[in-house]
Design a protein around this ligand. Sequence first.
Ligand SMILES: *[C@@H]1O[C@H](CO)[C@@H](O)[C@H](O)[C@H]1NC(C)=O
Ligand SMILES: *[C@@H]1O[C@H](CO)[C@@H](O)[C@H](O)[C@H]1NC(C)=O
Ligand SMILES: *[C@@H]1O[C@H](CO)[C@@H](O)[C@H](O)[C@H]1NC(C)=O
Length: 127
Amino acid sequence: MLRLPIALAALSAVISVACAQLTVLFPGGENQWWVDGSDNLLEWNCNESQVQTFSVLINNPDFLTPLAIIADQPNFVCSRLITANQTRALPVGTGYTIELVNVLNSSDVYAQSAPFEIKPVGSAFPT
Ligand SMILES: *[C@@H]1O[C@H](CO)[C@@H](O)[C@H](O)[C@H]1NC(C)=O
Ligand SMILES: *[C@@H]1O[C@H](CO)[C@@H](O)[C@H](O)[C@H]1NC(C)=O
Ligand SMILES: *[C@@H]1O[C@H](CO)[C@@H](O)[C@H](O)[C@H]1NC(C)=O
């Protein structure tokens, strides 16, 4: 009887590792914004999920459909710079979210960032 909780705890630890979700680490939230006209960081928890590749979309409540930034991003690299060119069509504003989705089916969303802002050209970068 005493062993059971320990066994369950160990089992749930194994399951939580195997099923760990892909998560966007940057940008997202009040303190993690992008700056228009600059190269901006995208970072995710590359080591904790089984996903091999994903597409990167950016969405906003004002958009009819999300905009694709990267078609086929390998998971293992952990981060990459999104060039000013890749985001030049995006207006400055709030409410943006990054979505990491199934390469073959963009309705299958693996991870979504917290909402973040794209600040005007020349704004300070987050620390
Ligand atoms: C993720 O894996 C890569 C490659 O194995 C390694 O270089 C990196 O340090 C790992 N990062 C974390 C946060 O574990
Ligand atoms: C940005 O896009 C423009 C137009 O497509 C292209 O001429 C330019 O070389 C690109 N700049 C970079 C740094 O990729
Ligand atoms: C795409 O993903 C969505 C959400 O997971 C799912 O409901 C839908 O059936 C998938 N479509 C195909 C063609 O697999």
